[in-house]
Design a protein around this ligand. Sequence first.
Ligand code: ACO
Ligand code: HSE
Length: 335
Amino acid sequence: MNFQQYHYNRPFQLENGQTLENLTIAYHTAGTLNNKKDNIIWVCHALTANSDVFDWWAGLFGENDLFNPKDHFIICANVIGSNYGTTNPLSINPATNTPYYRDFPTITIKDMANAHQLLAEHLGITSIHLLIGGSLGGQQALEFTLLDKLKVDNLVLLATNAVHSPWGIAFNESQRLAIEADPTFNDMTEDGGKNGLIAARTIAMLSYRTYSIYNEKQKDDHSVYTDFKASSYQKYQGQKLANRFNAHSYWTLSKAMDSQNIARNRKSLENSLAQISSKTLVIGISSDILFPPTEQKIIANHIPNATYTEIESLFGHDGFLVELKELNKILNHFV
Ligand SMILES: CC(=O)SCCNC(=O)CCNC(=O)[C@H](O)C(C)(C)COP(=O)(O)OP(=O)(O)OC[C@H]1O[C@@H](n2cnc3c(N)ncnc32)[C@H](O)[C@@H]1OP(=O)(O)O
Ligand SMILES: N[C@@H](CCO)C(=O)O
């Protein structure tokens, strides 16, 4: 995929009333826009992913996958707050000439959608053949559609919601508390809060996976009484994220996830969903405890041209990233 950055050199208005003095949006593209301009697939990424969809959704997106650059023009933009090239807490704050760190403003899903819209305008895009996103990506895809500034022919929403739940907010708050409990988080450095981030990711894993999958993959034999596989797995996953992410971005993005509520400043949730005219496929993961299938069924029940399908999986929420065989089958049928 080709990596590019769009520099919007004007103030970007945020939902909380603050502005970012300028905004850089990093994005990847693959393939070529056809003459009819009807082969665009726009991907919205989840919490800690990036704009290189061939990297984290390989098997669905790639040279020889269902969504490939021979047939499609694929775009994915890195969200505001994430540290993969878009303006984020490690970027320089023009007001101080130092990185924002803890001074980075509150970002909402709507802000992310507005940034996607800026990029679409920059690229001259007025219609999207397929808009797809899971989890935080699905939250963005919903808001992006509801902006109603471009035509979305087909919409695919996976393991996501229209309003973030008290349960989901509680999981995120516990993770933020873990980060805040690390005194280095206030140091205003790139590595500030790193140990807190490790702990936060281990909490997150409990919401992304399930009892069953830990039982299947992390069970020890009867002789073990300490140094369990599950313990080393937790530590490994925490460290793995800390090696490629930072506590400031994680804190910001978890707040953005919490902000999801498509009824905010609109008539109602039902009314908002009823406005969506795209042919829509909503996919739930049977064992998802973070974004349980009831949340996707609400979406599918209120979008007029929507269908709901569920993937039977032991993986829990992360199933939307790892159940590739099933996803290929379902999406091949949909498109
Ligand atoms: C720059 C980049 O890295 S791009 C960003 C990539 N990530 C994203 O895009 C975000 C979305 N992706 C994800 O969240 C994840 O990658 C997922 C959900 C798709 C898959 O998660 P994974 O961690 O790869 O899978 P899984 O839970 O099976 O863990 C496997 C890893 O744990 C390790 N592991 C498994 N059991 C144990 C254990 N008991 N102790 C220690 N390590 C263990 C494996 O060796 C493997 O290590 P590796 O990732 O270095 O190969
Ligand atoms: N594993 C996903 C979970 C959030 O959907 C991520 O880290 O982005």
